[in-house]
Write a protein that binds this ligand. Structure first.
Ligand SMILES: C[S@@+](CC[C@H](N)C(=O)[O-])C[C@H]1O[C@@H](n2cnc3c(N)ncnc32)[C@H](O)[C@@H]1O
Length: 232
């Protein structure tokens, strides 16, 4: 399974950012900023961002930690990291940002290493999300925060149905035009529909060992910010 996911992301890496902007009408940028703010990341901290892709959340975290902090972005697709590196070299907010290749279920980082561990739109692609959250908890220090930004299923009458039609029929067409890979943009909304969002993910985080778990729905539940802490 993860081999398939890896080659799918490898095939769309070059056009991934463009597809994100078009399909979310740019809203994903606001969500990332809100997620970093809610995670309470502050200057000088160390952040690990898994499933980092082309690095947008890692760069948002880098602004929050400032020049004295460190952000490590980890992804298992090399081509995504090459693009993230390119962005890093073109930006001024990138001191202390590093990217490395690795699996979210076996992060190449010591235990209790980070103040905050983040993931955006990645946990639903991991084979075992409970194991993914456990691995985040291994890497964060006692008392530290984990933050997950992930798609959900909006329930509001009318909007929920409209979003369902959009993700089922419009996304694959736009994804095919932008990236050439229709299957990827059928797979991605399908994994969002199947993902245990809201209360189900809150329970999953608790089962994995998180305390003080919070769920902050965005845009009627199209996405959610989940926050949790590792016991001190
Ligand atoms: C939908 S993209 C999200 C990228 C980025 N976090 C963002 O917000 O745009 C999912 C990313 O997760 C990565 N990924 C999926 N499963 C992974 C795993 N088991 N280990 C590491 N990276 C993984 C993919 O390569 C891809 O770059």
């Amino acid at each position: 399974m993860s081999q398939e996911v890896q080659s799918m992301f490898d095939s769309i890496a070059g056009r991934y950012d463009c597809a994100n902007d078009l399909l979310s009408f740019g809203i994903h940028r606001l969500w990332r900023r809100a997620a970093i703010r809610r995670a309470g990341i502050s200057t000088g901290q160390t952040v690990v961002d898994l499933c980092s892709g082309t690095g947008d959340l890692a760069f948002a975290a880098a602004r929050a930690v400032g020049p004295g902090g460190t952000v490590i972005g980890i992804d298992f697709v090399h081509r995504m990291l090459v693009l993230a590196d390119r962005k890093r070299n073109a930006s001024s907010f990138t001191r202390g940002v590093y990217f490395c290749q690795g699996d979210a279920l076996q992060l190449p980082v010591p235990s209790n290493f980070a103040d905050v561990v983040t993931v955006s739109f990645g946990i639903r692609n991991v084979d075992d999300p409970v194991a993914g959250v456990r691995e985040m908890l291994r890497v964060v220090r006692p008392g530290g925060t984990i933050m997950v930004l992930e798609f959900g299923q909006p329930q509001a009458f009318g909007f929920g149905q409209a979003y369902h039609l959009y993700s089922r029929y419009v996304m694959p067409i736009v994804g095919k035009i932008v990236t050439g890979n229709r299957h990827a943009y059928e797979y991605l909304p399908e994994t969002s529909r199947r993902f245990p969002a809201g209360d189900a993910f809150v329970s999953l985080c608790r089962d994995a060992g998180c305390i003080h778990v919070q769920d902050i729905p965005l845009l009627s539940g199209v996405a959610h910010i989940y926050l949790g802490r590792k016991p001190a």
